[in-house]
Design a protein around this ligand. Structure first.
Ligand code: CTP
Ligand code: MG
Length: 265
């Protein structure tokens, strides 16, 4: 088995409103990029990671990660330009892994055969730099679920609020249609784990939607769901919360024991 990682970090972080791309925002001397990468690189059986960066900033992202983690930590990490949506960025990362995997196949003659079809099982973890404290143990649990045969697996948290489904009427009012049973709702997190080839196929098939965030899938599991595949949920982690707004940065600072950190005001 080989495990690969795609770390999406190509977003601008418009809702956070920092002067730098969200992944480069620091908290107590650590960037979201460095924190997320460090946890991902510690995953057992990890072969390589691709980080998707805002176009033109691949070098800066690489330098930042090297300064924070040490250049030796980055031997298996490549930095590529992301795309116009998260979905497009993930696809760019998967294609980079495909190329590296083909090289590896040539080099090794695929000597470490594992599954019943004579193929090495390649598993990919797709993760957001914005969920920079997601623990390595959670990532390994996801990998294990795919290794045991799951098509796609994600961490999910129970919903504590009552949720209302609405529609918007002609005058723009939000009208409640019903109250879903929240016992059956989950908040989806990343990383999400898949069989590499399956996920790459799904991305190639859905490429037409990736040109803008408005049409793109918001996560990778959605592509598998829409294709009729089975997505499993395992228990999520409160540490895998997403940094989206300045308030989330305060949560990050508190989690890192840096109560004074946050965006400069
Ligand atoms: N992402 C990406 N490529 C994009 C858009 C987003 O790689 N074109 C990444 C982000 O860097 C982030 C993850 O996807 O790690 C989740 O996206 P989100 O939290 O929405 O981050 P941003 O898109 O940067 O933030 P915003 O939507 O507020 O602009
Ligand atoms: Mg976004």
């Amino acid at each position: 088995m080989r495990v690969w990682g795609v770390l999406t970090a190509a977003g601008s972080g418009s809702r956070l409103g920092a002067e730098v791309p969200k992944a480069l925002v620091s908290c107590g001397g650590r960037t979201l990029l460095g924190l997320a990468l460090e946890r991902l690189l510690a995953v057992r059986d990890l072969t390589g990671v691709v980080v998707t960066c805002p176009e033109g900033l691949e070098g800066l992202f690489q330098e930042t990660a090297a300064a924070e983690l040490g250049p030796r930590e980055l031997v298996s990490v490549t930095f590529v330009a992301g795309g116009a949506s998260r979905q497009a960025s993930v696809k760019a990362g998967l294609e980079q892994i495909r190329d590296r995997r083909n090289l590896l196949r040539e080099e090794t003659g695929e000597s470490f055969v594992e599954d019943e079809d004579g193929e090495v099982l390649d598993i990919v973890l797709v993760h957001d730099a914005a969920r920079c404290l997601a623990p390595t143990s959670l990532m390994e649990d996801l990998v294990e679920a795919v290794e045991s045969g799951a098509e796609g697996v994600l961490p999910g948290l129970p919903v504590v609020d009552t949720v209302k489904q609405i529609y918007i009427d002609d005058s723009g009012r939000q009208i409640v249609t019903h109250t879903p049973d929240r016992g059956l709702l989950r908040l989806a997190q990343t990383p999400q784990a898949f069989n590499f080839d399956r996920l790459l196929d799904l991305h190639l098939f859905a490429e037409g939607r990736a040109a803008s965030e408005a049409t793109a899938a918001t996560d990778d599991a959605a592509l598998l769901e829409e294709a009729g595949g089975t997505v499993e949920v395992i228990e999520g982690s409160p540490e895998a919360f997403k940094v989206t707004t300045p308030l989330d940065l305060e949560r990050l600072a508190a989690a890192l024991g840096e109560p004074e950190a946050g965006l400069p005001t």
